[in-house]
Design a protein around this ligand. Structure first.
Ligand code: 7TS
Length: 408
């Protein structure tokens, strides 16, 4: 039986190119993944055949477009195992999804004296919106510490931090710098026992492993299409129905009202309430195609593939002199971060680029975590479904060359 993994690189023509005379080795997937032909062709087909605005017209194209958009919502609902399509709100991405919760739920529910609990490993996207909400409402932000070099959450400290003032606990499923996979279901269960609302940032997990919002037991979950083999500009906020129904809109405009008069307006229920203006229906349809693509590969197989490459890269890089590996020794998401004594991450990334290898160097929008680790930046290699073991060989050889150069 042929497997969809057999010729997977044929789905990604962008990979078939040389950079600085070397075959491209794309290891910057935590920033954004490449898009398969299955997805770009779905987008082409939509623009070539069906494009019209949604939810407005009674003409054929508008109805097809609306069916495509709402079909994509149902596809995403199934992908994350939400109870109803009304629990899936399309946004621009993880950042916008979290801002939606912070603005809407935050303004309706946070008061002076309340606490928003985050973790020290949050991406700025799951940190700054809460600091802004706290500033607006008088609430305070606290952080679950990250332990030592393993980069795990301090679960003992968490129990002490889950006090009655905590109204919301927001945490990342997989850290984009450490690679740590947090025990999302356990964290949500602990919070739920105390009536605390939970927000899961699934930006780094959604495209890399099976994910089920009911098994996790979260109230909200946010992710971006472009990190799961889909296009940019589309993302999702999953929200539990009862919470969404009680939340005010965060943006006003067309599509989100049931009626308007000069004295005021009334809102539609979710998801329309939270999707003011013309939604990004074309890219939502592309997101539905990405869900199909990832399910065809099998999300458990993707987890084993990406996590396996990251673990192997970690173990091989650890043998290089002067390297400090960041994050857990055990199971990790599909990425590995590291730092070289006396060499700036940007130099390492520039050297790697000379060898055709795309890496990320910097603080990865984790400035507070970097400070805690005593670093200003790390180098990060992140893997996806099309990466191969030979690309780890290229990575390790390039890093060895860099070390040799800087050792003089
Ligand atoms: N949360 C996590 C854990 C992330 O890794 C990112 C993006 C975001 C939120 C924000 O996603 P966006 O699609 O709204 O921008 N992380 C990265 C990264 O690690 N390198 O570039 C972007």
């Amino acid at each position: 039986m042929p497997s969809p993994w057999d010729n997977i690189r044929d789905q990604f023509p962008i990979l078939d190119q040389k950079v600085n005379g070397h075959p491209l080795v794309y290891l910057d997937n935590a920033a954004t993944t490449q898009k398969p032909l299955a997805v770009t062709r779905a987008l082409d087909r939509f623009y070539a055949n069906d494009n019209a605005n949604v939810h407005r017209g009674l003409h054929a194209l508008s109805m097809r477009s609306t069916d495509g958009y709402e079909g994509a919502r149902a596809r995403v609902q199934a992908f994350v195992n939400a109870e109803a399509p009304e629990e899936i709100i399309f946004t621009r991405g993880t950042t916008e999804s979290i801002n939606l919760v912070a603005a809407s739920w935050g303004s309706a529910n946070l008061r002076k004296g309340d606490v928003v609990l985050l973790t020290e490993m949050e991406h700025h996207s799951n940190l700054v919106p809460w600091q802004m909400a706290a500033q607006r409402t008088g609430a305070t932000v606290r952080y679950v510490p990250v332990t030592g070099d393993q980069g795990l959450l301090d679960l003992g400290a968490l129990d002490k931090l889950l006090t009655p003032e905590v109204k919301l606990f927001a945490f990342t499923h997989v850290s984009n710098t450490l690679g740590t996979i947090n025990p999302a279901a356990d964290l949500c269960a602990r919070a739920r026992k105390l009536g605390i609302v939970t927000v899961v940032d699934a930006a780094q997990s959604i495209g890399h492993m099976p994910l089920d919002v009911r098994a996790i037991g979260c109230d909200f979950l946010a992710f971006s299409g472009h990190k799961m083999a889909s296009v940019t500009g589309i993302g999702v906020l999953y929200g539990r129905r009862a919470l969404l129904d009680a939340m005010p809109p965060w943006q006003g405009g067309g599509g989100m009202i049931s009626s308007v008069d000069f004295s005021g307006s009334r809102w539609k229920p979710s998801p329309e309430r939270f999707e003011a203006g013309t939604p990004n229906f074309a890219d939502a349809i592309a997101l539905g195609a990405s869900c199909d693509f990832l399910d065809l590969l099998g999300r458990e197989q993707i987890r084993l593939h990406d996590g396996g490459l990251a673990k192997e890269a970690r173990d091989r890089l650890a043998e290089l002199p002067g390297i400090r590996i960041i994050g857990p020794d055990g199971e990790r998401g599909g990425l590995v971060s590291f730092a070289f004594e006396g060499v700036h991450a940007h130099d390492v990334v520039t050297f790697a680029d000379e060898d055709g290898i795309a890496l990320r160097g910097g603080h990865h929008c984790n400035q507070p975590l970097m400070k805690k680790l005593g670093l200003t930046s790390t180098v990060r290699a992140s893997f996806y479904v099309y990466n191969e073991r030979r690309e780890i060989d290229a990575l390790v050889a390039s890093m060895a060359r860099t070390i040799k150069f800087f050792a003089g």
